[in-house]
Design a protein around this ligand. Structure first.
Ligand code: ADP
Ligand code: GLC
Length: 485
């Protein structure tokens, strides 16, 4: 039985991206579409979307639609783009006043309005099109008011008579909190009692919390993280609400889009490889080292980092570990990322201290991210918390050994190598402290020096399959259960 599914996401590859949410939103929509479902993705029509590469067709029924968000008035239009993979439809909510800014996310005072407007515009579009999704699948805080809006302002819309809702929490560290003084922006009027009253009394409104309270089903992006967020340590203040909904919460590990992230066909690489042709990986590494200005030989292990430079990713552990390891061991390091100043300064300083051995590229660069996955020997992700993480799964496919902390999706996708049995795919450490990271890096370098061991670990990783087919089926099971199909 084919389902009609509206997916709402604040970013989606290949249109817009700051992190993994984009990869997931794009790939899940494509997979649902390929499986024969009527899946339609709604996403903001940001100014940064390349309109030449992704030509958008205005939907005649949805041009210059007035939109009231509390006391604020906007006008939006919708245009349709076909996703390049399999032609799944993506609807861009065009509203330059809200999405025509320099970055996808901002610290502007109307940030909550930008995404409330987006959520309302997406729902209004379904109603206007007379399209009745059985499932509205919201993602993260940006669209977390979807379920409550459907139960209040949209409760009488014919299109949503049978609609059930799913909220996926990709990153509980971002909750979209805004001041209770903006209560009127929600336009709930007499139904404001449906808001979380303790938060309101404390002076704020937490969008993510309302998604947790009102969605029919909740998911997060790995089984381990689903358990973690119900605890004080990882719940980021939402653990009580999550525990109340524990029975409705499922952890589904993200998949990998192997049409994009696979060294056998990666469009950013001039040559391709698989586990039989690791010499090509070494040739590419040689090319890369020369191009980036490394002075080390290809035989020296290269560690890679591609990341948002945020506290979540565990950089604090590196402050004294990386200089110590670089001083005492043969190792080079390639870092690509952008984010918090203190981490940017740290990597700038490290690069200055170890010229030719540490290179820091500040910024966002998709092609470079693919190269780093392809040519590194190890990939560092010592995250403080990691709902799923995609780079470690990409690394495995590229024969790049992940060094990760045992948390969230890292714990569910990387198995610590056992040199005796020859099983396992990476180096996994437990405690979030510098000695543990130091141990992990030293172990990685010791094993790298033992070629047969290393090659075994590389081959084990390359044989892993995290493709979306299996994970899409898990989402479908939830959709079917909710819609009674
Ligand atoms: P998160 O969503 O928390 O940032 P994930 O590991 O799930 O972490 O996904 C990150 C995605 O963003 C990966 O596809 C990664 O390659 C990409 N990425 C992160 N930072 C950069 C960057 N500076 N340049 C290019 N790609 C990046
Ligand atoms: C998030 C998480 C990351 C996850 C991604 C996609 O931003 O930090 O772990 O892989 O969303 O679900």
């Amino acid at each position: 039985m084919s389902l009609a599914i509206a997916l709402l996401a604040s970013e989606a590859t290949p249109l817009s991206k700051t992190g993994g949410l984009a990869d997931v939103a794009g790939a899940l929509t494509e997979c649902l579409h390929a499986a024969g479902h009527d899946a339609r993705l709604f996403t903001p029509g940001y100014a940064s979307i390349d309109r030449t590469r992704f030509p958008a067709r205005p939907l005649p029924a949805l041009q210059n639609v007035p939109l009231a968000v509390g006391p604020h008035q906007y006008v939006f239009s919708v245009s349709e783009v076909r996703l390049p993979g399999g032609g799944a439809p993506a609807y861009l909510i065009e509203c330059p006043a809200l999405y025509g800014r320099g970055t996808l996310y901002t610290t502007d005072p109307d940030e909550h309005l930008r995404f409330l407007a987006f959520t309302r515009a997406a729902l209004l579009s379904c109603a206007r099109l007379g399209w009745a999704p059985q499932i509205v699948h919201c993602n993260d805080w940006h669209t977390a008011f979807g379920p409550l809006l459907l139960q209040t302002q949209f409760a009488h819309e014919e299109a949503f008579r049978r609609t059930r809702t799913v909220l996926t929490i990709h990153n509980i560290g971002y909750q979209g909190v805004f001041g209770a003084a903006s209560l009127a922006d929600l336009g709930l009027g007499e139904q404001s009692h449906l808001l979380h009253q303790d938060d309101l009394r404390a002076g704020y409104i937490n969008p993510l919390r309302h998604g947790i309270l009102y969605a029919n089903a909740l998911t997060t992006v790995s089984p381990t993280h689903a358990r973690e967020i119900c605890t004080e340590e990882y719940g980021m203040g939402l653990q009580d609400s999550l525990r109340m909904r524990e029975r409705d919460l499922t952890g589904i590990l993200n998949g990998v889009d192997y049409t994009v992230w696979d060294p056998r066909c990666d469009e950013h690489l001039p040559r391709h490889f698989d586990e039989q042709h690791l010499d090509v990986k070494t040739d590419l590494k040689r090319q890369f080292l020369a191009r980036m200005g490394f002075t080390t030989l290809a035989s020296v292990p290269l560690a890679g980092i591609v990341s948002r430079l945020a506290v979540q990713k565990g950089f604090d552990l590196m402050f004294d570990v990386l200089p110590r390891v670089l001083e005492t061991r043969e190792l080079s390091l390639m870092v690509l990322g952008t984010g918090e100043d203190r981490y940017e300064r740290f990597f700038d300083t490290l690069a200055a201290r170890f010229p030719g051995r540490v290179i820091f590229r500040h910024g966002y660069d998709d092609a470079l991210a693919h190269w780093i996955e392809a040519v590194s020997d190890l990939f560092l992700m010592p995250s403080r918390y990691e709902p799923c993480g995609l780079n470690q799964m990409y690394s495995l496919r590229y024969g790049t050994v992940p060094v990760v902390r045992r948390t969230g999706g890292l714990a569910d996708s990387v198995e610590h190598f056992d040199p005796g049995a020859g099983t396992g795919t990476g180096i996994v450490f437990n405690d979030f402290d510098p000695p543990a990271l130091h141990w992990a890096l030293s172990t990685a370098l010791d094993w790298h020096a033992q070629r047969p061991l290393w090659q075994q670990m590389v081959r084990n990783g390359m044989a892993k399959d995290f493709s979306w087919t299996r994970q899409t089926e898990q989402y479908l099971q939830i959709y079917r259960r909710l819609s009674g199909e």
